[in-house]
Design a protein around this ligand. Structure first.
Ligand code: UD1
Ligand code: UDP
Length: 368
């Protein structure tokens, strides 16, 4: 069986790495990897860490790229890979534009599609944008749906996906996290080496969603600035996403503020260790809503909704919205009320047993 895996951004690479590594070793499977490089530097960091060597690299990233340009470049770029390789199945992940465009190209070439991390929904077309529709459209194109949770399975059933095409496997992010979190590690980054993790409370921040660009990001970063003015024992560590629009707002509001450290994106291993040493995480990331519960770290999600209600139900994640006062108030509560913090800091893991990649491969072997 020839399996073509396609991904293009940092989170897809992290979550597909455990699967590709296993596929590469699996007898009876020929594994081919194509990266679109929708992200360049942030993708390469992950490829390096997991020692993955793509067979094809479409190298499509442009500064300030539009969604349409990503779609068009993936669609046309990947055509020759399908023609040359004729895979039995293509595996895509999650909700990026690489995912949707690669699925569409697979459909045009009549290649079966396995969708990893299927069935997450907000039911709001524009939030997250364009990820909600990328995921819905990919579901309509896919033949095999690897759902992380039972709740994701139910979402797919409601949309008419047949039961025997859905497999609840857990999320491969837990496979990646456990692989990395178990290894001893000390920080190499100069900023992180200088942080007093014992006497200071570290808040890890990330923010990048397209629907948060502009005014909402101003609100989010202003709340963070307000917190540093009130609490002298906190250090903000914010590895800033490479999107120039994110960088300009982050610099405008947070640069030069005492105890706010704006740093370059971290490799996955230092980043996981940073999360594990944090008191609190403030983010709009999808993946971190899955990783933080496993690490027992409270997360305030700076979005209006989440497609990951399991982490909210588990108590580790709270939706804080995108308004300065609300975000500030919720973070303040966790910084002043130890029992409120403790209630959120329980390590539970609604996203699987760390064997999702294994489950997916055994299904492929049975069904493709
Ligand atoms: C993309 C995905 C989003 C995912 C996110 C993870 C789409 C439309 N968006 O959003 O679903 O959650 O990745 O981070 O699929 N850039 C660099 N170097 C990099 C990466 C990005 O310079 O390594 C800059 C480029 O100027 C690029 C811009 O960031 O044009 C935006 O990248 P893009 O992939 O379009 O959007 P993200 O916000 O990263
Ligand atoms: N991450 C990382 N380095 C960083 C910031 C995040 O390795 O500096 C990891 C994080 O642990 C998670 C993923 O990147 O696994 C999240 O990626 P991102 O926020 O870009 O996308 P999203 O999760 O929103 O899809």
């Amino acid at each position: 069986m020839k399996v073509l895996t396609v991904f293009g951004t940092r989170p897809e690479a992290i979550k597909m790495a455990p699967l590709v590594k296993r596929l590469n070793l699996e007898p009876g499977i020929e594994s081919v990897l194509c990266v679109t490089a929708q992200h360049r530097e942030m993708l390469d960091q992950v490829l390096d860490l997991f020692q993955l060597k793509p067979d094809y690299d479409l190298n499509i990233m442009q500064p300030n790229q539009t969604i349409s340009a990503i779609t068009a470049n993936v669609l046309t770029g990947i055509e020759e890979v399908f023609v040359k390789e004729r895979p039995d199945i293509v595996l895509v992940h999650g909700d990026t534009t690489t995912t949707f465009a690669a699925s569409l190209a697979a459909f045009y070439n009549k290649v079966k599609i396995g969708h990893v991390e299927a069935g997450l929904r907000t039911y709001d077309k524009y939030s997250p944008y364009p990820e909600e529709m990328n995921r819905v459209l990919t579901s309509h194109l896919a033949d095999f749906h690897f759902a992380p949770t039972e709740n994701n399975r139910l979402n797919l059933l409601k949309e008419g996906v047949t039961d025997d095409a859905i497999f609840v496997t857990g999320n491969t992010v837990i496979d990646a996290l456990l692989e990395v979190a178990d290894k001893p590690y000390s920080f190499q980054d100069e900023t992180l080496k200088g942080i007093d993790f014992i006497n200071k409370r570290v808040i890890t921040v990330t923010c990048h969603r397209r629907e948060n660009l502009g005014e909402y990001m101003v609100q989010i970063f202003s709340a963070i600035r307000d917190l540093t003015l009130e609490f002298s024992d906190i250090e903000i560590i914010y590895p800033v996403h490479m999107n120039p629009k994110v960088r300009s707002t982050a610099n405008e509001i947070l640069k030069g503020i005492d105890r706010v450290h704006l740093i370059e994106p971290l490799q996955y291993q230092p980043f996981v260790n940073l999360m594990a040493k944090s008191y609190l995480i403030i983010t709009d990331s999808g993946g971190m809503q899955e990783e933080a519960p496993a690490l027992g770290k409270p997360v305030l999600v700076v979005r209006k909704e989440t497609e990951r209600p399991e982490a909210v139900a588990a108590g580790t994640v709270k939706l804080a919205g995108v308004e300065r006062e609300t975000i500030y108030g919720m973070a303040r509560k966790l910084l002043t009320d130890a029992s409120a913090h403790q209630r959120m800091a329980n390590a539970i893991n609604p996203y699987g047993d760390g064997h999702a990649a294994e489950h997916i491969i055994s299904i492929l072997k049975r069904r493709v």
